[in-house]
Design a protein around this ligand. Structure first.
Ligand SMILES: [Ca+2]
Ligand SMILES: [Ca+2]
Length: 158
């Protein structure tokens, strides 16, 4: 799942991020901020654009600081959706080698660099919701996975 960094990442994403930086057209979703911050600096800047452009131009085959996808719990509410990079949000890690089974939790997958959300064709947003078949509804808690990736390790940006 970490193989194709370029999937869904085009010059159109660069244009969208540039417009956001310039204030012409702000991001609408906190996931767009996450997708745009490919150097994990905690802010969306021209440095992110430089990395994305190098990827689009095939100068680089990946992003240096991040895997091609990031995952956060689906139910997570950003304290400030207009500035999500400033907070420590839970992040699901260790998704390398994912073989198609995701148990006990729902995640939002964010394709890094793809702020327009076309990494998965037909997906309307910049992020894809991955739902567990064993989702526990209404109890307010989820079974802790012993068979899947370690989850919700708080991460600190910056
Ligand atoms: Ca950044
Ligand atoms: Ca895109």
């Amino acid at each position: 799942m970490d193989s194709n960094y370029k999937e869904g990442v085009t010059t159109f994403d660069i244009v969208k991020i540039l417009r956001h930086i310039l204030g012409d057209e702000k991001f609408e979703s906190p996931y767009q901020y996450l997708a745009a911050d490919v150097d994990l600096s905690g802010s969306v800047t021209t440095l992110d654009i430089i990395q994305i452009r190098r990827l689009v131009l095939s100068v680089e085959i990946d992003f240096r600081q991040t895997p091609s996808w990031r995952f956060i719990p689906a139910g997570y509410q950003f304290a400030n959706p207009d500035d999500p990079l400033k907070e420590s949000f839970p992040e699901v890690r260790s998704f390398y080698g994912l073989s198609g089974k995701i148990l006990d939790a729902d995640f939002v997958g964010i394709k890094m660099g793809d702020v327009t959300g076309d990494a998965l064709s037909g997906n309307p947003g910049p992020a894809v919701l991955i739902q567990s078949p064993q989702r526990v509804r209404g109890t307010g808690k989820k079974k802790r996975g012993t068979r899947c990736a370690k989850e919700t390790e708080p991460r600190t940006n910056r």
